[in-house]
Design a protein around this ligand. Structure first.
Ligand SMILES: CC(C)(COP(=O)(O)OP(=O)(O)OC[C@H]1O[C@@H](n2cnc3c(N)ncnc32)[C@H](O)[C@@H]1OP(=O)(O)O)[C@@H](O)C(=O)NCCC(=O)NCCS
Length: 148
């Protein structure tokens, strides 16, 4: 199955919100969070399509305090996982910025996501105890590239 990645547009808001709810349950973002993601120009966001249908979404923004890009969210619809879409969305977010450092938070029990991030050069830099509403800790992961 082929997929394509393109910049997200406003009509992706609802499917992205729906996917977030399916993927993150009690820790899903609200519609207001998504309204912010889609209205703030600093947020770079990408949609994956399979045969023209919404298949995944990712967003990232520059964090001036940390002088690093924060990967805010990444999710792929269950039926389209394990075909490279998550990796492609992650790479699209990274390429959208000319920064050296990238970071993200991930549920410590989310082994598929942790594997994906490790494969793409992220290393664990910290643990935030009971960070998620589901009670799980968050792993903080970071990647430093040699871009100038
Ligand atoms: C984490 C998540 C985004 C990964 O998305 P994905 O599209 O499945 O990611 P990829 O396909 O790039 O990689 C997943 C696996 O598929 C494998 N894969 C990639 N392309 C493949 C292909 N063409 N054929 C077979 N396997 C393939 C990868 O090697 C990887 O294998 P591994 O888990 O054994 O290391 C997805 O599982 C998801 O949406 N989870 C719920 C939301 C979530 O947890 N988001 C992260 C929040 S921090």
């Amino acid at each position: 199955m082929c997929f394509e990645i393109r910049k997200a547009v406003l009509s992706d808001l609802n499917p992205a919100l729906q996917l977030d709810r399916e993927a993150f349950g009690v820790d899903a973002w609200s519609i207001l969070d998504y309204a912010g993601v889609f209205s703030f120009g600093g947020v770079k966001k990408f949609t994956a399509l399979v045969n023209g249908s919404f298949a995944g979404f990712a967003a990232a923004e520059y964090d001036p305090e940390r002088k690093a890009v924060c990967l805010m969210t990444l999710a792929v619809r269950a039926e389209f996982r394990n075909m490279g879409i998550g990796t492609a969305l992650l790479k699209s977010c990274e390429k959208a910025f000319k920064q050296r450092k990238y970071y993200l938070m991930v549920d410590c029990e989310n082994h598929s996501a942790i594997r994906l991030y490790r494969k793409n050069g992220y290393v664990q830099t910290g643990v935030l105890q009971a960070y998620y509403l589901n009670g799980h800790d968050a792993l903080e992961m970071e990647k430093e590239t040699d871009r100038n």
